[in-house]
Design a protein around this ligand. Structure first.
Ligand SMILES: [Zn+2]
Ligand SMILES: [Zn+2]
Length: 306
């Protein structure tokens, strides 16, 4: 299994001299497992990924599985610029959640309607196959891909990939369970039982759902986690749907994770700020007597999971 980061930024692309090292593109992760191409999210990083796939294919048809954590702009805004989707005979399978008021294809085509974009989704001549999913496990050959709703002001998934005894989790956009943020009630079910924050109290509610998330991540060889904010900044932005490093380490510890990548860097995070976030997280891990390797997701960084 190989993972390559094409976009690591949250909210909006943030190019410029201060973000040149970690990169300014929004979320997109490429994963190669055997012959399969799996992509997580279609933030602006999917544009250069599309060009790379075209270069590799040299005219042969491209088949890719695109798993969308959720359809906030920073996770789909690159799709209209994903050139393989415009080329006949390519096959793009797009997995994600239907919303109550809009289906997955409507969510995707919406951003390409006339008022927002010059070319409609109908101009994409590849076979676009939309596959609505919930909390479930899919199989693609030898690969198992599982989805779990997380805590975000949308219907947002974390994804887990298992293949040949190796595993990878991308936690998507997620905030600690202090408030119920998701439109989806399933996000707050544990063992088929619906949990409510008022009835249970914040502490018990959070503990049970943290346990659910940790068991979803259990023993993954690499966990990529939303740490958009520092703890200080989080306290000013509670309810925005994102986490901070101490919480990422809390889940990593519960799940027995050995390798943790911090991602969804805030647009105001300069390279120096990301460096500082990583350094502070490493110190926190050490002070907590844990042994977890921690690094920041960075555009063009490739990680082998062997
Ligand atoms: Zn986001
Ligand atoms: Zn989001």
């Amino acid at each position: 299994m190989k993972v390559r980061f094409w976009g690591v930024r949250g909210s909006i692309p943030s190019p410029g001299p201060e973000t040149v090292r970690y990169g300014g593109d929004t979320t997109c992760i490429e994963m190669r497992v055997g012959t399969e191409t799996i992509i997580f999210d279609a933030g602006s990083g999917i544009r250069p990924l599309g060009l790379k796939l075209l270069g590799e294919a040299q005219g042969a048809p491209i088949k890719a599985h695109l798993f969308i954590t959720h359809t906030h702009w920073d996770h789909i805004q690159g799709f209209p610029f994903f050139v393989p989707a415009f080329i006949p005979n390519n096959h793009i399978m797009i997995y994600g959640a239907d919303h109550e008021t809009m289906t997955l294809p409507e969510l995707f085509s919406g951003q390409m309607e006339k008022g927002y974009f010059p070319i409609p989704i109908a101009a994409m001549e590849a076979e676009l196959e939309f596959i609505p999913i919930s909390e479930e496990t899919l199989r693609i050959g030898d690969i198992e891909i599982s989805s779990m709703f997380v805590n975000h002001p949308s219907m947002a998934f974390a994804y887990r990939v298992d293949c040949n005894g190796r595993s990878f989790v991308f936690g998507g956009d997620h905030e600690p369970y202090n408030n119920m943020l998701s439109y989806s009630k399933i996000a707050y079910q544990v063992d088929g039982k619906q949990l409510d924050i008022e009835e249970n109290g914040k502490e018990k509610f959070s503990k049970k759902l943290d346990e659910k998330l940790a068991s979803f991540c259990q023993d993954a060889d690499l966990l990529v986690f939303d740490t958009a904010y520092t703890l200080d900044l989080y306290q000013q932005r509670e309810g925005w749907g994102h986490s901070y490093p101490e919480y990422a380490v809390h889940i990593a510890k519960m799940a027995g994770i050995k390798r943790l990548a911090l991602t969804h860097h805030d647009p105001t995070d300069t390279d120096e700020k990301v460096d500082a976030k990583v350094e502070n997280t490493r110190q926190f891990i050490k002070a907590s007597n844990l042994s977890i390797e921690c690094f920041a997701a960075q555009v063009a960084l490739e990680v082998s999971i062997e």
